[in-house]
Every structure is written in C-alpha cells, then in structure tokens.
Design a protein around this ligand. Structure first.
Ligand code: OGA
Ligand code: NI
Length: 208
C-alpha cells in the first residue's frame, strides 16, 4: 500500500462530492524520475505519435482540436513502470470500495504537448463509446511556472477551475460529466494520462 485507507477515503469523498479531486505530491520523487526516464527513452526511440480523436473505427488526426503526441502503455511490456501500475491498482481498489464503481480495466498513455499546442474543450467519453468512467492525470512538469501555460481548465456548472500541470500532481475526474480543456502551452508539457473503464478497452461500443 502506498497510502492509508483513511487517505484514500478522503480523496474518494472529494471526488464523489465535487466530481474531481486534485492531489499534490501524489507520486514520490523516485516514481517521478522513473516515469520521466521512461518518457525520455520512448521519445528518443521515436515512439510518441500524433494523437487522434475518436474510436478505432472512426479515427481522425485533427491538429486543430488537439496537438499532443502520445504513447499507449502496456502493463506487461512496460515493466519500468511497475510501481506506477501498482499504485494505479490501489487507486482502482479504492474507487471500487469507496465510490462503489464497477471498474474493470484501464488504458494509459504518456503525452507530450509541444510548445504552442492545446486540446480544445471536450468530454472524455466519445459518442460511440461510454466505458470511460474516471480520467486520471499525473502531471510531470518539474519547473512549471505561471506564464508557461498548459493549464487544465475544468468546466463545472458556471465555474472554470484552473489546474496547473505541476510535477507529481494527480487530477481525477468523472469522465462522463467533466468538460475540460488544455490551454496553449508555451513550453513542452508532459503528463501520464489514463482512464478507468467499466468494461475492457475495445468493447465499450454501443450497439445499434
Ligand atoms: C485528454 C485530456 C488533459 C491534460 O487527454 O483527454 O483532456 O491535462 N488531457 O493533459
Ligand atoms: Ni480529455
């Protein structure tokens, strides 16, 4: 266990209450360095690809909507991220236990937004695909400062909540209700992003 039950319960309460929760210093320096080492390795091996919009059947690369480059993770292959995946499992157990969510499966990618890129306001559930329950973001920008941009805007009722993408910060939100946007970043912006699913990836398509 990385965190106590009391700690998880507190975060899950905030998520239930507000539809999102921000946790600073969620990952250790060691985990941060491990993830960044992996990130750099994938970047030098040219594994990051331009992200698209839509599902497998209906996939389009739309630079005008989102400008990030991503690499989908595989728990069995990307063993360098073992401790991160263990922490993810702990998160899933806590969500099942304290938020009564029936989760099975998850999908994660690392993402780099080059300077000048953004992701327009959207919801993480596509029309054809409704199995994303919880969005998980871990920000990885060690020397982020005001003016660097790349903040995440959460649109909630008539509020706009700004989340700065500072290193080791966790953001969780409910994928079906929280509209959000990534503001234009002035510097390269790094994150680890994922979704907790209520069905295995790939079969969350509505029939008919
Ligand atoms: C996404 C997304 C937000 C962020 O990948 O769907 O909204 O802060 N990312 O990177
Ligand atoms: Ni999103």
């Amino acid at each position: 266990m990385n965190y106590s039950e009391e700690q998880w319960l507190n975060w899950m309460d905030q998520l239930s209450e507000n539809d999102y929760v921000v946790v600073d210093d969620f990952i250790s320096d060691e985990m941060f360095n491990g993830i960044m080492g992996f990130f750099q390795e994938m970047e030098s091996a040219d594994k990051l690809k331009k992200a698209g919009i839509g599902t497998q059947q209906d996939y389009q690369v739309k630079a005008e909507i989102r400008g990030d480059f991503i690499y989908w993770l595989d728990e069995d292959r990307d063993l360098a991220l073992k401790t991160f995946f263990e922490l993810k499992d702990e998160l899933i157990q806590s969500l099942k236990r304290f938020c009564y969510l029936s989760l099975s499966g998850s999908e994660f990618h690392i993402a780099k937004y080059p300077a000048g890129s953004y992701y327009h306001r959207h919801l993480d559930q596509f029309n054809e695909r409704t199995n994303r329950q919880i969005t998980v973001l871990i920000y990885l920008n060690k020397h982020w400062k005001p003016g660097n941009g790349g903040e995440l805007v959460i649109y909630k009722e008539d509020q706009e909540i700004l989340v700065e993408p500072v290193a080791k910060r966790l953001l969780l939100f409910k994928s079906d209700v929280i509209e959000h946007e990534v503001l234009t970043t002035q510097v390269p912006r790094y994150s680890l992003t994922g979704w907790l699913l209520h069905q295995p990836a790939g079969i969350g398509f509505l029939l008919g």
